[in-house]
Design a protein. Sequence first.
Length: 268
Amino acid sequence: MPTDALPRTGLGTYSDDDRDQWRDNVATALDEGYRHVDTAQDYDNERFVGEGLADAAVDREDVFLATKLATGNLAYEDVLETTEASLDRLGVDYLDLLYVHWPVDTYDPDGTLRALDELYDEGTIEHVGLSNFTPDLLDEAREGLDAPVAAHQVECHPLLQQDELRAYAREHDHWLVAYSPLAQGEVFDVPAIRAVAEKHDATPAQVSLAWLRSKDNVAAIPKASSRDHMAQNLAAADLELDDADIAQIDAIEREHRVIDPEFGPWNA
């Protein structure tokens, strides 16, 4: 299995508005028991996430903190400079995980990966991550990096099951970190998921998260802004789906991608 430092349920913090809400949301999540928080330079909320981390009664060393490099910040010098800026905004002196958010725009395998190796070697980042890469781009990055790839973050849920990328994660022993693991609520009305939820007296969200946890090398970072939803998402770790439940969800034929299917390296 990949590094056990990464908790399998984390808090996603993407939001189009009310970015300052993440100050209270992060503090609440950590109070509820979350120990994995995910943000990004492009979310424009790192300062608020950092304030929430500082407000929580949890030691920094006990929180797995991840952020992502914006697509315009991937040149060698920009990686180094903007990572320092992220550290300042977050109020920390190291990151547990730093991702390349998308391998587009200023992404340059030589310069980008060389900068990540430098940050890893000096201890500024504990782990290197990639996000929204195709298998070919993952191969290229793994070959170009000296540091191991600890995680690959990608949209993944029962309506976008990512069989190929999950198999890649197992083969190369890194985490597949599922963002939008509830497909922005689309999973709630899927008959197969609702049936499994009724069987276990659980919510469709919990069933979807439990299905992801049933897969090797998969973690998830659902977004939640209320204490109740945060607690429910954490409780999905205690929901044990049987083989029939998992097969029923595996067989879902409907496919829905939250991210615009015209965007991303898979259409390059």
